[in-house]
Design a binder for this molecule. Sequence first.
Ligand code: NAP
Length: 312
Amino acid sequence: MSAIRLDGIAIGQQIRAGLRAPVAEFTRQAGRAPGLSLVLVGDDPGSHLYVSSKLRSAGDSGLDAEIHRLPGDTPIDELLRLVDRLNRDERCDGILVQSPLPTQMGADAERRVFDAIDPAKDVDGFHPTNVGKLVQGRADLVACTPSGVIEILERSGIRIAGASAVVIGRSDIVGKPMALLLLHRHATVTICHSRTRDLASVAREADILVAALGRPAFVTTDFVKPGATVIDVGTTPVSDAELVAGWFEPGHKRRDAFERRGSLVMGDVHPGVEAVAGALTPVPGGVGPLTIAMLLKNTVTAAMNRLNGIGL
Ligand code: NAP
C-alpha cells in the first residue's frame, strides 16, 4: 500500500484563488488593497527566505505588502515602536513579525512583541486575545500553520469528527492551536510532547496523526496505524549526507536534490511511513504552502473586519 499524497501546493492555490473576489471587493470599497506589513529583524537566511516568499505571494494575490527590515542589533524598544506605528497606520491591516527574533533582544522578546500587536491586525494569530478566542472556538485570526492543516484535511475529504487525533508537539504556534482546531471539529484529541511515555503506541491509536516536533524522520512506521492520515509539519534543514543516505535510496529524487545542493529540508515523518499511512502530506509541498495561503487569508479577513468596523 502507498499513501495518497495530500498536495499542499494545489490546496494552497485553491485558497489563494478563493481570495481574488474578496480582495477585489475590499479594494473597491476601501479604495486601496488590503495592507500587510512584514517585519524582519536580523539576517537569519531561513527568515529572509520565508519573508521574501510571503511578500511575493501577497503581491501575487493583490495585497499591498511591504517589508520593514531592521538590523540584528536593533533594541527591542525600537521594534516595539515600529509595531506601535503599524498598529496606528490606517493602511496596514495585518502585521507579521518574523520569528525567531535575534537572541540579543532577550528571552521574552517574541512574547513582548506579539503581545504588542493590535489583535485586530494579528494575522499570525499569536496574540493572547486571539488565542483566548480560539480556545472558545470563536477566533477570526488563527495561527496559519494549524489552520492550514485543517484546510488540507477538510478539502481532502478526511473525516475529522469522531476521529482519534494525536498531535505530537505542544508549541504555542503549532501543537496547541492544532489540538484546539481538531477538538472544535469534534476529534478526540491527544497532545504528546517530550515527556510522553511510550509515544509510538500513543501515536499508533491515531486516525489523524500530526507530527510537529522538529525532529527529522522521527515518526517511523511503528508510530502509524495502517491507513491513518499523517500530517508532517516538521521542516528541519539537514546537511548530513549519512542521514540522508539512510532515508533515501540512491536515485531517489530527494537524494539527488541533496547531492546537488548539499542540504535538504526534512519533515518529522520517516519516508518509510508512506507504505503504511492511508494519506500523507509530503515535505516539501505539504503543509508549508498552506502556511502562506492562510497568512493571506487572515490578512483579507483582518482587512474586511476593519472595513466593516468589526473590532476586537
Ligand atoms: P517547537 O516550539 O520546538 O516545539 C516542538 C515540540 O515538539 C515541543 O512541544 C516538544 O516537546 C516536542 N518534542 C520535541 N522532541 C520530542 C520528542 N523526542 N518526543 C516528543 N515530543 C517532542 O517547534 P514548533 O515551532 O512547534 O515547530 C515544530 C516543527 O514544525 C519544526 O520543524 C518547525 O520548523 C516546523 N514548522 C513548520 C511550519 C510550516 O509552515 N511547514 C510552520 C511552523 C513550524 P516539549 O514541549 O516537551 O519540549
